[in-house]
Design a protein around this ligand. Structure first.
Ligand SMILES: *Cc1c(COP(=O)(O)O)cnc(C)c1O
Length: 398
């Protein structure tokens, strides 16, 4: 046994998940305290002055920082292997602020085309309004990246695996090209979660999460996070931007997420084991045209997925034989799996991307990324997998 003092930086992953970031109050509670407060008091006017001029750093207002949110940020940073983390109100504020905090008119953004509908809206509709040029590429086509990044670029945004087509992007190759072009790479790591994939280790500069998904994992709260090792970016660009624009994570939500992190690894193991079984079952079903899952050898980027991720994730996407009415029939005949556009929940959820999460995209854009009217996305939950397979089988045959 080592006699050296144990510190969070030497703890292994599961220990970080359960104990990282904990700050006990004077009451020595076991579970982390919920500081449900917006403001803080000062013993004197001088103390307030010192807090605001930065000579005595402390909590001043929960739009800037809150002790429960700080515990969540520290724990998530330890689990990601990042030096800094900031919580946000939702995944979308994390995505938006991660880019808006440093981009300006005249800058250029290159993004993979297969991304979540709201991420697409930010890049395709909002950023150009502020004079930012945006370019989409096929994330799996190295030549398209090379060409797009041959022009000086300021930000690259990718989602891997992507929602809902589960494209896996070669993160190291894209980061190398992006860095040559002078771009900061932002990776939306929602589908993998910090339990399965660490994009910073593959060269990414920034990782963003919707903590609404696997980190809460039980469908209770919205939240997001931005992580990076780049101190000027996190403190000067992002920190200042968050402070003055206000997409702060609520302390209550941070507390739920903090407790969610304690069981994230256990839940992800079960999500992935169930999803693999469901994917295997669907891929040989006679009512299914194709089943997509990064953990299946038939997935187009299976080998790359297994290099980048510890396991295949919780989401299986399938094309049913037929069209929209066949996809709707599958959804409408499910008895256990719920119809819902959320994912990463303990409860299995299924949705029709073309008419829900990706409804805003034009039919042409959907066709380009392979979202057909016969596609159904299944977020595989923590139920008994045999019940899920029976439910899917029954609904496919109905
Ligand atoms: C859900 C999701 C988001 C948005 O997160 P919210 O918490 O709903 O704002 C962003 N990216 C991906 C990949 C998602 O699945």
């Amino acid at each position: 046994m080592s006699t050296e003092h144990s510190t969070p930086s030497t703890w292994r992953e599961a220990t970080r998940a359960v104990r990282g970031g904990t700050e006990r109050s004077q009451f020595s509670e076991t579970s982390e305290a919920l500081y449900l407060n917006s403001g803080y008091v000062y013993g004197s006017a001088e103390e307030a002055e010192a807090a605001f001029d930065g000579s005595r750093p402390r909590y001043v207002y929960s739009r800037y920082a809150n002790p429960t949110v700080t515990m969540f940020e520290k724990r998530l940073a330890l689990m990601e292997g990042a030096e800094f983390a900031r919580g946000t109100a939702a995944g979308m504020s994390a995505v938006f602020c991660s880019m808006a905090c440093f981009l300006q008119a005249g800058d250029r953004v290159v993004a993979s085309r297969a991304i979540f509908g709201s991420c697409h809206y930010i890049i395709n509709d909002i950023l150009p309004k502020y004079g930012i040029e945006t370019v989409f590429v096929d994330g799996c086509d190295h030549e398209q990246w090379k060409q797009a990044l041959s022009v000086k670029t300021h930000a690259v945004f990718v989602e891997s695996p992507s929602n809902p087509t589960l494209e896996v992007i070669d993160l190291k190759a894209v980061c190398d090209l992006a860095h040559e072009s002078g771009a900061r790479v932002v990776v939306d790591n929602v589908f993998a979660s910090p339990s399965l994939q660490h994009p910073l280790d593959m060269g990414a500069d920034v990782v963003v999460y919707s903590t609404t998904k696997h980190i809460d994992g039980q469908g209770r709260c919205l939240g997001g996070a931005v992580l990076s090792n780049d101190q000027p970016y996190m403190e000067d660009s992002l920190g200042t931007y968050l402070k003055h624009t206000g997409p702060a994570m609520s302390p209550f939500n941070a507390w739920v997420m903090l407790k969610g992190l304690e069981t994230l690894g256990l839940r992800m193991d079960k999500h992935c084991a169930n999803a693999l079984q469901v994917a295997k079952f669907l891929s040989s079903h006679d009512r299914v045209e194709r089943a997509l899952y990064p953990g299946l050898p038939s997935h187009p980027q299976h080998e790359l997925a297994m290099q980048q991720m510890r396991a295949g994730g919780s989401v299986v996407t399938l094309d049913v034989k037929g069209g929209k009415s066949d996809a709707f029939s599958l959804l409408n005949n499910l008895q256990i799996v719920d119809i819902s556009n959320n994912l990463g929940d303990a409860k299995s959820l299924a949705t029709h991307p073309a008419t829900t999460t990706h409804q805003r995209m034009s039919p042409e854009e959907r066709a380009l990324v392979g979202i057909g009217d016969n596609m159904v996305r299944v977020s595989v939950g923590l139920e008994d997998v045999d019940d899920l397979i029976e439910d899917l089988d029954r609904a496919l045959r109905a």
